[in-house]
Ligand binder design. Sequence first.
Ligand code: PMP
Length: 292
Amino acid sequence: MYYNNETIIFHNGHFVKAADAKMDLYSQSLHYGYAVFEGIRSYRTESGETKIFKPVAHFERLKVSAESINLPYTYHAQDLIEATYEVLKQNNLQDAYIRPVVYAPANMSFAPNSESFLFIEAWEMAPFLGDKLLRVMTSSFQRPNPKAFKIHAKAAGHYVNSIMASQEAKAKGFDEALLLDMHDHLAEGPGANLFFEKDGELHTPELGHILPGLTRATVFEICEQLHIPVTEGTYTIEQLKNADSAFFCGTAAEVIGWESIDATDFPKQWKDSLGAKIQKAYTDLVHEKNNQ
Ligand code: PMP
């Protein structure tokens, strides 16, 4: 599903077959979730070229994530971008999901490491949450306390929380979870940020208890171009339940609308919502489609 016998990855400076790559089973990353990663997409643009969307921002966040959990980071964004384009080329991929991971050596203690390792994988992947409107459930799991984790880092261990929340929602017949923060304010999805529409304006949870999503940042840019008012703030679940529409956004999920929250439908038709406008603008942007 992710690779076959021919698939090439970039691993510690070399292009190697995924099937032959080895990782240390004594790695501190595997035992304790002590690793950082990115989720990036490339697209076949209107002109037929392969373009990675916002590669510098993603590899800068990878560095920030590594440094914030004290994982040695010796890589340069430009080198990693070049390596990623080479991975795409060698695997004949244009529309791809790209996964760089920085991981620790063998280390069963909690002591710091003097080196780290890196691989970059790529595969074809449909939008992470599908393309149908989502029935979302408020999770019984909260996002981690930012005093317990560097919540702005994309660290592997944080995703145990995401997996539990997403699995709980699906086990209860919903499509995805919405997690609140430790103060019961709206936070984010297991792998996506959230926006909601109320009276012609968009709202999104402020930074502090969420991953600072790059798609979230792109939505702000789109709002500016389209003159859509957007506010960051602290919101309750009741405010969301009284909203006109809502959507998740993320690199993997792209922009995907919600049908309901806790089985309460949103009153606005998705096609008439601000989210639908953002969704179209986002698709045009990543495909470098200029239809002024
Ligand atoms: N929140 C979480 C918890 C995520 O895992 C992701 C996906 N990286 C996002 C938000 C969205 O971030 P981005 O737009 O940078 O992909």
